[in-house]
Structures are given as C-alpha cells and as structure tokens.
Design a protein around this ligand. Structure first.
Ligand SMILES: [Zn+2]
Length: 545
C-alpha cells in the first residue's frame, strides 16, 4: 500500500531533478481542472504528468532525451472511468462463450448449434448478451429453441442484463431442477401457467446454481486471458479505469495475474460481492488496499432486480402489468446485517438499487448506519439508482452518497422504455437532477448490460435520444462539459482517487485519450462517431489506432 503523494510534495521533489520522458504538444486539451480548464501540452515522466500547460512552458522542460509527439491540434481528454462494469466476468465470456447479441432467434439457434458442433456432447454450451427486445421475433427464447439447437449439450443462454437466463432440458437435468423444485428465495423458475411444465426461463437467484456449474470449470489462465481481452476492448474505446461492480476472489486474482503479466490495459477498482464478506473481513483487508492498477473496491450488496429485464422494484407497477412491482432480491434484514458488518470493518458499501422502492430502502439503511456507526467520509454508493424522485435526491445529497446510473441506456435500450412509460423516464437515469443537487454522479455502462463506449455515454446523456430518434426525458439532458466531468473526475471520487486521476494536472497519473474530433464542437447527435485515436494509461499507450 503506497502513500499517495500530494501534488505539491511531488513537484517539489521533482524540481530540477526529473526530466520528461515524453511531451505531447500542439493539442486541444480539456483538462477537467477547474483552475486551468484548457492546455496545449503535457509533459510525462514515468506514469505521471509532470506538467500541463502551454506549448512554450511545457516544451521548455524538454531535454535531448525527451520524446516529443506533435498532436496536430487533436483533442485530448482525461481517460474515462467506467464506475460500474463487470470486467473479468465479461472477459471470460468473450473468451469462452457464444456472443448472442444477434437479431433473430434463428441466428441465435444457429450460433449455439455451431458451437455445439465443435464441443464434445454432454459439455456446456453457454451464450451471453442475448436480449429479448433486440430480436425480430417478438417473443423470448424457449426450452424448445435450445433443445432444437443442441439436443446433446446442456445449454444456458444468459440475458444481456445478467438477471435472467434460458436453459434446455439437459441443463435442467444436470442441475437437478425439475417441476417439483420450489422457487428459490429472491428468484423464479418459470412454469407454464396451465401445465406447470418448466419453460426454461430462470429469473434472479434461480440462475445461480447453473452459473456455479460452468463458472467453476474455467481455469485461472482462462480468467487471466479474459481480463487481457476485455481490458484491451475497453482501452480501445477510451476507458482507462473500471470499477468491477461484483468481483469475487477469483476475479481479484485474475486482475493481479493480468497486472503481473503486464497484460492489464485498464485500472480496476474491484468490488467484492457480499457472499465473500466474512472471508475478506477475516483476512483483515478492506476498501483501498492495492495499487494504482488493482485496488479493492466496495462491498457489494443487491437490493432489487434489473432495468433492462424489467424486474426493478418500483412503487408504481410496470405499464401493462398492473400487479407487477418487480422483485426484491434481498430481504431488508439480510441487507442490513451484511452492510453493518462491512461498514464496521471499514469497507465502502455499494448497494444495487434500481427502482424507487429499492433506493428508498437503501437510503434508509445508509441513514441508519450513519447514525449508529458514524464514519468519516464513507462515500456510500447506490449502484444504478435509476428511478428517483425529489425526496430521494434530497436524501442522497444529504448523505453525500454516490449514484451510479446507466449512461448508455437511453441511447441503446430505448425499446424497453414503453414498460416504464415516457412520464417515468423523466426521473430515470436522472443525471441532471443529481448535478443540480450537487451530487457527484458517475458514468457507468454495467457492461455487458450496456455498451461501454464513452462516446455513446456522452451522446446518450447529452441528447437523451435513443438510436431510433425517440427522446426520453429531455428534462435530464446535461451539457457535454458536464458529461465529461461525470465520466472522469466523478468516477475518480467514487473510488477515493480524485487526487490521483480524473483530470489532467501535474502530479496525477498520465491517463488520457486522444480524440479525432472535439466533443465540445461536434453536433451532439454525432458524438458517438468521434473516433478514439489513442489511449494512454500510466504514461504508456494502451491503444493506438
Ligand atoms: Zn452491474
């Protein structure tokens, strides 16, 4: 565990002693530093920014050994921080599973059949990123679809949202789930209304025994390889830091393995799922341990269901389903007991809460912890924090809590919003409301559920328009400059690292992105098309087009 030098001591230590290894000059630099928002050049020494300023001031620091790159007027912004995503979890999927982000059930069946043909009979065939609203069929996958695609393999296709899945008969048999199996707490095994026969659909905790079966078969090397793949994909889009929102000890080990192998392209702040809290507390570790590349994040708890799969717990029912208020995933007593343990042991706490009812319950928990066991600067996090109202925002601001809403959903998941209704969209992904209340809201993808490209996040937050042109909740629009701040500095604050990254200032990490166009100058509906030309993390190019 290293002490973070203050910028002043860092610079004093450097005066006249350290020379820049690299200077980027003739740039159009948005620093996100309020005291000096624009610059032309940066000098870099090792993994840090040595100086940020005008071409003349910075170039004066060069010695004969300094490499210089002329940016030719290109735009530079700090590296983006995805404050809620699933890094190792999606990495291993890209390495070993079938990408079902396809536009028809026939295409999905084809992809599963193709994988089955080169997989020994009896072994699992797993699909991910399936999305029922993105296929042309107007219905969900069934047990029969998967039966037809791969009759001799257990098949499991996970929804892109991660909270529901679809399986075939062999998968049910191998996992020991049949018509007599009761629904688990916090989950549902879908059954035909008339016959009681299992349809192959699984919701929330009902997916866990299936996932356990195939995830435990992945090797340590596969996890490491997966992290390499996914962090390269993220770096290519301009992300330099990611908060893994549901890490396990295996994930943490994969990050360390990847880091030590020199293969990690994105810094990871790894949450730890509540199931592991006792062993982590017993080991005496807590939030903040690690280094600038791999750090222990918050303890993660889950309160309700999902937005993209329409299981979030909401006070007013879903449109067209008058009895459906969504799912509580965890009982209040269990939530409180786990949070208390983590809070007492010095962990930051992050509760997944999408619906307004779930956010209310989460805030009640935080307010209680604050009263019972006050701790300096706990930075309580509310993951997603999707559907809000004025009272919830007021309580979030009063606690100094951090909401982490989906940043690419308005653009990407527009077709799901009819089940929430246009009226409710005015208080969903409510970045404008949070900023107006002085709350440090972050940028997140939740990948795989949402795409992680920061340029899509910018366009989504600034225009509130989906890919087909429908506007959802125009009252929540923010400016490009605000969106950039949310995507950089606020993410750094959410991991207690605002003195280390999130803006381009002398002494901070050299994490930055070179863009083909200036987001402040393009038409907001063209933000998504801005090319990312290079990404630097810790003074090293982790992506070059
Ligand atoms: Zn998540």
């Amino acid at each position: 565990m290293t002490n973070i030098l203050t910028r002043r001591t860092f610079l004093a230590g450097l005066a006249g002693q350290i020379e820049p290894g690299l200077i980027l000059h003739r740039g159009n630099i948005h620093t996100m530093d309020r005291t000096a928002p624009r610059a032309e050049a940066v000098a870099i020494s090792g993994d840090r920014l040595l100086a940020v300023g005008s071409n003349d001031d910075v170039l004066r620091l060069a010695t004969g050994r300094t490499r210089k790159i002329d940016l030719g007027g290109k735009t530079v912004v700090p590296g983006f921080i995805d404050a809620h995503t699933h890094v190792a979890y999606s990495g291993i999927r890209h390495l070993r599973q079938v990408d079902c982000d396809l536009r028809s059930i026939a295409d999905i069946k084809g992809a599963i059949a193709e994988r089955a043909a080169r997989t020994p009979a009896g072994q699992w065939v797993i699909g991910f990123k399936y999305d029922d609203t993105k296929t042309a069929d107007g219905r969900k996958l069934t047990r029969e679809d998967l039966e037809a695609a791969a009759p001799r393999h257990p098949v499991y296709v996970g929804h892109r949202g991660g909270h529901t899945a679809f399986v075939n008969s062999l998968a049910l048999r191998l996992t020991g789930v049949d018509e007599k199996t009761p629904n688990p707490t916090g989950g549902e095994i879908d059954r035909d209304r008339n016959t009681g026969r299992l349809t192959g659909g699984l919701r929330e905790t009902a997916i866990q025994p299936f996932q356990k079966m195939f995830f435990s078969a992945y090797t340590r090397d596969e996890y490491r390889e997966g992290v390499k793949i996914i962090t390269r994909m993220m770096a290519k889009s301009g992300v330099t830091s990611a908060h893994d929102a549901l890490g396990s000890p295996e994930d943490l080990r994969a990050y360390q393995d990847s880091y030590q192998a020199g293969e990690l392209s994105v810094r990871v702040y790894s949450f730890i799922a509540y199931q592991y809290i006792d062993q982590m507390v017993a080991a005496g570790v807590r939030t903040g341990m690690g280094n600038e590349w791999v750090r222990l994040g918050a303890m993660k708890l889950i309160c309700d269901g999902s937005i993209s799969e329409r299981t979030a717990r909401i006070s007013q029912p879903y449109i067209g389903r008058p009895d459906d208020h969504g799912i509580w995933v965890m009982e209040e007593a269990e939530l409180t007991a786990n949070a208390r343990k983590a809070h007492q042991a010095g962990w930051q706490i992050a509760v997944h809460a999408n619906g307004d009812a779930a956010i209310d319950r989460t805030l009640r928990l935080y307010e209680r912890l604050n009263k019972e066991m006050p701790r300096k600067d706990p930075r309580f996090r509310i993951e997603h924090c999707t559907i809000i109202n004025d009272d919830l925002v007021r309580r979030i601001a009063a606690l100094g809590a951090i909401p982490n809403p989906f940043s690419t959903y308005v653009y990407y998941h527009g077709e799901k919003f009819t089940e929430y209704g246009a009226e409710r969209l005015k208080s969903m992904f409510a970045v404008r409301s949070f900023l107006d209340a002085g709350v440090r809201v972050t940028q997140t993808s939740d990948y795989p559920p949402g795409p992680f490209e920061p340029m899509m996040a910018l366009q989504s937050s600034v225009t509130r328009t989906d890919s087909k042109g429908t506007v959802w909740g125009a009252n929540q629009r923010i400016t490009v400059e605000e969106a950039l701040r949310v995507g950089t500095l606020h993410g750094a604050y959410a991991s207690f690292e605002e003195n280390l990254k999130g803006s381009l200032e002398a002494g901070k990490l050299a994490d930055l992105v070179v863009l083909g166009q200036d987001p402040m100058k393009v038409d907001p509906s063209a933000l998504i098309r801005i090319p990312v030309e290079r990404t630097m993390a810790g003074g090293r190019w982790v992506f070059e087009a």
